[in-house]
Design a protein around this ligand. Structure first.
Ligand SMILES: Nc1nc2c(ncn2[C@@H]2O[C@H](COP(=O)(O)OP(=O)(O)OP(=O)(O)O)[C@@H](O)[C@H]2O)c(=O)[nH]1
Length: 336
């Protein structure tokens, strides 16, 4: 539960608004029934019921876009009804609703909902004691909405940037290990559902420490960037490259069979031989390749590719080793 609240921003806003709304409205509902103002009490009850329904729907379905939209509509409609039924005192409820609209639903919907709420109250008119008060209310409602829009927009922007930073390797611009874990799970689930075959390549640059030691870390960084650019130019759009860590990368390919995988790997190795260089000469890499088995878990798949990579390293480096051959005990290193 706390995990969902931490990771789903809109769900947390829906929960916060619903909880504070219920806590805030309950005493007024009780007071109105005690004072004999049955209509206002029933309105409060209906609003509370709708708010609860929206929150329960959001938690149960995970569809926070729809429940957020309805929550914004319910909150604003409730505030308008409160203004219409209890008059001036009810107007204050609209302000928090105008602000939260922008956190519950898309800006264009929030603007529309907020405008509709303000116009409805103005057309009804009964809540205002004078025309000046009515226009002051309209002006302050617009100012509050504009500030909320700007704040929500900035907040969304920063959340997107943070999400991007959390999944991208800053040096090479490819996705990081965290994204890889997610994508491997997606791939294994998709293979089980659709039967599409997936290939996994673990690639490790050979003697990279020597490149750093001999030419400096910045040259090493350039080699990593060149490698990523080179691979990016020679794989399909649907293939994904991840930085596994240090000088190790993972290439995830979809819709490949054993023969296709061998052709791609051979081509990649040739291209690296031809184009990947540092000031002292050629840069080579070792590859561990594994085709996803039926029903295999992502961790086991990765372990097989890692074992193949280990074999490639121990067989002299600059080699491609296929996990199937390691499994069957063949000496599988494919020489350069
Ligand atoms: N320039 C640079 N170097 C890095 C980066 N990340 C890791 N390294 C270096 O990569 C080197 C990896 O060294 P090792 O693990 O010994 O591997 P290796 O020298 O490639 O040897 P083999 O893999 O056995 O062929 C270390 O020197 C790290 O400092 C990075 O982002 N930039």
């Amino acid at each position: 539960m706390f995990y969902r609240l931490k990771t789903d921003f809109r769900l947390s806003i829906i929960t916060l608004l619903a909880t504070s709304g219920l806590l805030g409205i309950t005493p007024f509902a009780v007071m109105r029934f005690l004072q004999g103002n049955i209509l206002a009490g029933v309105v409060d009850l209906i609003i509370m019921l709708f708010i609860t329904a929206c929150m329960v729907y959001a938690w149960a379905s995970g569809d926070t876009a729809r429940s957020g939209f309805f929550m914004a509509v319910v909150a604003c409609a409730g505030a308008v009804t409160a203004g219409a039924v209890v008059g001036e005192a009810g107007l204050f409820w609209l302000y928090p609703c105008l602000v939260t609209s922008f956190f519950l639903t898309e800006p264009r919907y929030a603007i529309f909902i907020n405008m509709a709420a303000v116009v409805a109250l103005m057309v009804h008119g009964v809540a205002f004691s004078s025309t000046v008060q009515m226009w002051s209310f309209a002006a302050t409602a617009v100012v509050v909405s504009c500030c909320a829009l700007a704040f929500a927009h900035r907040n969304e922007d920063q959340r997107e940037r943070l999400a991007h930073l959390a999944t991208i390797d800053p040096l090479t611009g490819v996705k990081n290990r965290r994204s890889m874990d997610e994508e491997l799970s997606v791939a294994t689930a998709s293979a089980a559902r659709t039967g599409i075959s997936y290939g996994l390549v673990l690639l490790d640059i050979d003697h990279f420490k020597k490149v750093n030691d001999a030419h400096g870390h910045s040259v090493g960084d350039e080699v990593l960037k060149d490698l990523v650019a080179l691979i990016g130019q020679n794989i399909r759009k649907s293939d994904q490259l991840f930085r596994f860590g240090g000088e190790e990368f993972v290439l995830l390919m979809s819709g490949v069979d054993q023969a296709g995988l061998r052709a791609v790997m051979h081509n990649l190795q040739q291209i690296m031989h031809k184009f990947l260089k540092h000031p002292g000469g050629k840069v080579t890499a070792s590859f561990g390749v594994a085709l996803l088995k039926n029903g295999e878990a992502p961790e086991d798949w990765l372990v097989r590719a890692d074992e193949a990579l280990y074999k490639a390293k121990s067989s002299g480096r600059d080699q491609i080793v296929y996990a199937e051959e390691v499994d069957s005990g063949e000496t599988a290193a494919e020489p350069a």
